[in-house]
Design a protein around this ligand. Structure first.
Ligand SMILES: *[C@@H]1O[C@H](CO)[C@@H](O)[C@H](O)[C@H]1NC(C)=O
Ligand SMILES: *[C@@H]1O[C@H](CO)[C@@H](O)[C@H](O)[C@H]1NC(C)=O
Ligand SMILES: *[C@@H]1O[C@H](CO)[C@@H](O)[C@H](O)[C@H]1NC(C)=O
Ligand SMILES: *[C@@H]1O[C@H](CO)[C@@H](O)[C@H](O)[C@H]1NC(C)=O
Ligand SMILES: *[C@@H]1O[C@H](CO)[C@@H](O)[C@H](O)[C@H]1NC(C)=O
Ligand SMILES: *[C@@H]1O[C@H](CO)[C@@H](O)[C@H](O)[C@H]1NC(C)=O
Ligand SMILES: *[C@@H]1O[C@H](CO)[C@@H](O)[C@H](O)[C@H]1NC(C)=O
Ligand SMILES: *[C@@H]1O[C@H](CO)[C@@H](O)[C@H](O)[C@H]1NC(C)=O
Ligand SMILES: *[C@@H]1O[C@H](CO)[C@@H](O)[C@H](O)[C@H]1NC(C)=O
Ligand SMILES: *[C@@H]1O[C@H](CO)[C@@H](O)[C@H](O)[C@H]1NC(C)=O
Ligand SMILES: *[C@@H]1O[C@H](CO)[C@@H](O)[C@H](O)[C@H]1NC(C)=O
Ligand SMILES: *[C@@H]1O[C@H](CO)[C@@H](O)[C@H](O)[C@H]1NC(C)=O
Length: 749
């Protein structure tokens, strides 16, 4: 007997009326039956017995307020307990989020509460006892946030009233018991994130009340469960990250299907996407990514008027992208072989699309101008295709654009003045094209810019020192262009306070850097975990999955090394001269410093020994003189270093890091000594002779280093990428859910 939760929505009068009504009927009932609401003793004892099965002590707290669980109080008023108003039978027990921290015994007091309709328990482990079958009145069973192992007991078939079953996030395995066929009232089946292994039952049509079937992240195998889709009440089916295989077909799907969301992502489905997909007229979300589907997108997809999220990434699809898809909210077709675009309809709502990703397909020819009409785009990714010609300036009309990735195409001409209008850009990646000319200073209008990648083009300009004023700039790539002149302009303040990765290698930069040059780069001076950066990066890195690309290219370390605190300075392959600025020592979070192939002179600054996070240091091919500062031997993470081709002298520091380097890291420094351990006795005096022999070994080292960077940090980056399959999806789904409140995906809690 409770006031419904929604009562606050009612007007005051209605609430008051309701309240009096409830109070009145309560008084009436109390008069009629004085024992009303009183917990039955057998029920109270069973509850108490159940509680005593858990080792709740001060050192093993349950994080739950048990004070109301006192025998001198009516057990119907105990926290988490609800009784039937008339009979006093306990019908609901909700102990979430109590940390019960024990196994559930086969003779647990719980199973004496056989009138339970709702049961929610957390933080239990061990097996689910088959006595569960005793609770034959259960309608809602929620064992989500637990660590149950083993199989679902066959006795679950006794719970014929069960409407919602959630066993999400356990360690359950084995088969779905045959007795499941008994659960004809089941509407929500939530088994996400377990180890279930079997095939699904061949005929699921008996479960004719199913609405939500959430089986993602298990090891379900076997063919596509066609029979499931004949259930007309079905609304959401998630089968992602399982091992289903073979073709999909929808058979005798009811034409009145209510299916709104279907994800088959990350399985081994193959064959074409059937035309019969169009039977699901209410479909809103369709995710078939990471499978082996072949052929074209079925034409019938145009009949899915409510479709707004379509992810077909990572398949073997080809042909033309139907024009009707430009009205979706999210369209991801990455890693397929699509060649061309169907004409958009004459009239379509061009304000719908938020995310368009066509990365890694076989598109060619000029930039499709009509994309500029998609005014609500926030992410546009056309990377790894063969688009050519100019990047059109109409792109700046997409004022919501946050991520623009045109990487790895054949675009030529200049970079359009995006930031004149599209000032929300956070990521601009036009690397690996044929772009030329100068940069427009309007880039500083994009105040939110975090990642600017102009690498591997033919830009010819002075260093854009004015970018130093961008408050959020984290990543700046200018590598392999024709930038020239000095870095430091004394008329411009240095800025770059948020820079974490800078790669300006392989250009024609010249001049010297003042000793204080790096003092303002404060982000590299602290290695604080930065959530915001991380979140953006997860999205960026994950959505682009650059690691794969980098493995292919082998040369471009661009995003392979990026993680929240992987900070990089690569100035190699330029003509910088003078002293290495002493202020480099203030960038304590720096992981990689590459100043190779320049004309730096004088000694190696002592302050380098302050870079306690440094993992790779390349000073090779300069004109450095003096000793290697002995304190560099204290840098315990420094695993890759290269001092070769300089004029260094004196002893090599005696640390393990130094002694485990390859000989080629020191070669061509005629006055260095102490190389016996590194280069072998007979060559210790002049490592130069060793050069040709060592070459293959050193090449190997470089490759190893790149590999290490990619795989770096026990899966920090890889972890992100692997995790993304889930994270990204959930992220998009979250975003999608927020934007489209009419799609309410009911979750366990
Ligand atoms: C669970 O119980 C074990 C001992 O049985 C104890 O070591 C552990 O800390 C407990 N966990 C929690 C979260 O209370
Ligand atoms: C139970 O409640 C009684 C009376 O309210 C109180 O005296 C007693 O200490 C409580 N017992 C426990 C174990 O909290
Ligand atoms: C199952 O319920 C009956 C009462 O209906 C009870 O006697 C029995 O002990 C229960 N079984 C278990 C394992 O608790
Ligand atoms: C059981 O749970 C359902 C769904 O959460 C809820 O609507 C219902 O009111 C609950 N019943 C009881 C007796 O708590
Ligand atoms: C099934 O439920 C009935 C009561 O509805 C009970 O008597 C019987 O013991 C239960 N069977 C199992 C296997 O738990
Ligand atoms: C299926 O439900 C019926 C009662 O509806 C029951 O008698 C039977 O034991 C159940 N089967 C299983 C396998 O639990
Ligand atoms: C579809 O339904 C018809 C008639 O109900 C039946 O003959 C046919 O075998 C069904 N096809 C499939 C694939 O289930
Ligand atoms: C699309 O969704 C709207 C509202 O959610 C609904 O009224 C309409 O019937 C749906 N259209 C189709 C073709 O199912
Ligand atoms: C940008 O959009 C405006 C209309 O909003 C249009 O007049 C203009 O031509 C567009 N600019 C470009 C470069 O396409
Ligand atoms: C430093 O840069 C040079 C040239 O760009 C490259 O060959 C070398 O591998 C880089 N060193 C490290 C440690 O990355
Ligand atoms: C390096 O560290 C030492 C002591 O920790 C400090 O005195 C010195 O100023 C630091 N140098 C730089 C450039 O940060
Ligand atoms: C060190 O740098 C030189 C010249 O850049 C290169 O030839 C050599 O292979 C490098 N050694 C290692 C171990 O990377």
């Amino acid at each position: 007997m409770m006031i419904p939760n929604q009562s606050y929505c009612f007007s005051g009068i209605v609430v008051a009326t309701l309240y009096f009504f409830i109070l009145f009927s309560f008084v009436l009932q109390t008069l009629a039956s004085p024992t009303l609401h009183q917990c039955r003793h057998d029920q109270r004892d069973a509850l108490m017995e159940f509680k005593q099965e858990f080792p709740i002590t001060e050192s093993n707290p349950s994080l739950y307020d048990w004070t109301s669980w006192n025998k001198s109080r009516d057990c119907c008023s105990w926290k988490g307990v609800t009784c039937d108003a008339k009979s006093g039978k306990v019908i609901s027990l909700d102990l979430f989020p109590a940390v019960l921290n024990n196994t559930l015994k086969p003779n647990s007091g719980l199973f004496k509460l056989q009138y339970l309709q709702n049961l929610s328990l957390s933080n239990l482990y061990g097996e689910i006892p088959s006595s569960l079958g005793n609770l034959s009145h259960l309608m809602y069973l929620d064992l989500f946030g637990n660590e149950f192992v083993g199989q679902i007991p066959a006795s679950i078939g006794n719970l014929t009233q069960l409407s919602s079953l959630s066993l999400t996030n356990n360690h359950l395995s084995g088969k779905i018991p045959v007795s499941f066929a008994n659960l004809t009232e089941l509407s929500t089946l939530h088994l996400t994130n377990n180890y279930f292994e079997s095939e699904l039952p061949l005929d699921m049509s008996r479960l004719h009340n199913l609405e939500y079937v959430l089986l993602s992240r298990n090891s379900f195998s076997g063919p596509f469960p066609t029979s499931l889709f004949t259930i007309p009440s079905l609304q959401v089916v998630y089968l992602r990250q399982n091992q289903f295989k073979g073709p999909i077909e929808f058979g005798n799907t009811s034409s009145s299907s209510r299916l709104r969301a279907l994800s088959l992502a990350s399985n081994n489905f193959d064959g074409p996407i059937p035309e019969s997909i169009s039977k699901f007229l209410n479909l809103n979300i369709l995710d078939l990514s990471f499978n082996h589907f072949i052929g074209a997108i079925p034409r019938s997809i145009s009949q899915l008027a409510n479709l707004s999220y379509l992810d077909l990434s990572d398949n073997k699809l080809e042909g033309e992208v139907p024009g009707c898809l430009w009205r979706l909210q999210l369209l991801k077709l990455t890693y397929n072989s699509f060649r061309s675009f169907g004409k958009p309809p004459e009239v379509f709502d061009s304000t719908q699309m938020n995310v368009l990703s066509l990365k890694s397909n076989s598109f060619r020819g000029p930039f499709p101008h009509w994309i500029c009409k998609l005014r609500s785009l926030s992410l546009l990714d056309l990377s790894i295709n063969s688009f050519s010609g100019l990047i059109p300036s109409c792109l700046r009309n997409i004022t919501n654009l946050e991520v623009l990735n045109l990487r790895n195409n054949d675009f030529s001409g200049g970079l359009p003045d995006m930031c004149v209008k599209a000032t929300n850009l956070k990521t601009l990646d036009v690397s690996w094209n044929q772009l030329e000319g100068k940069l427009s200073k309007s880039l500083i209008n994009c105040k939110a810019m975090k990642v600017l990648n102009l690498g591997s083009n033919k830009f010819k300009d002075e260093f854009p020192s004015w970018l130093g004023s961008l408050p959020s700039l984290n990543v700046l790539f200018l590598r392999s262009n024709q930038f020239y002149g000095p870095l430091y302009d004394r008329h411009v303040s240095i800025g770059f306070q948020n820079l974490k990765v800078i790669d300006i290698s392989k250009n024609d930069f010249t001049g010297t850097l003042p000793a204080f040059y790096f003092s303002s780069w404060s982000a590299m001076a602290t290695s604080q975990y930065d959530n915001v950066y991380m979140e953006d990066f997860m999205v960026y890195v994950a959505s682009y999955r650059n690691s794969m690309e980098i493995v292919h290219k082998g040369v471009d370390t661009s995003f392979s090394v990026i993680r929240e605190d992987f900070m990089v300075i690569d100035f190699s392959g330029n003509k910088f001269g003078g002293q290495i600025p002493e202020s480099i020592g203030s960038l304590r979070a720096l992981r990689l410093l590459n100043l190779s192939s320049n004309a730096f002179t004088s000694g190696i600054p002592q302050s380098l020994a302050n870079l306690t996070n440094l993992e790779a240091l390349d000073l090779s091919r300069n004109q450095l003189s003096g000793q290697i500062p002995p304190d560099l031997g204290t840098l315990s993470f420094l695993s890759t270093m290269n001092f070769s081709h300089n004029n260094l002298e004196g002893p090599i520091p005696q640390s393990t890091q130094f002694q485990s380097q390859s000989c080629s890291s020191f070669m061509d420094n005629p006055r260095l000594f102490g190389l016996q351990g590194i280069c072998g006795n007979h060559l210790a005096k002049n490592p130069t002779q060793h050069e040709s022999e060592e070459l293959s070994e050193s090449e190997e080292q470089v490759i190893n280093w790149i590999a290490a960077a990619i795989a770096y940090g026990p899966g920090v980056f890889c972890g992100l990428v692997i995790g993304q399959i889930f994270v990204m999806h959930e992220w998009f789904m979250e975003k999608f859910r927020r934007n489209k409140p009419r799609v309410v995906i009911r979750s366990a809690r």
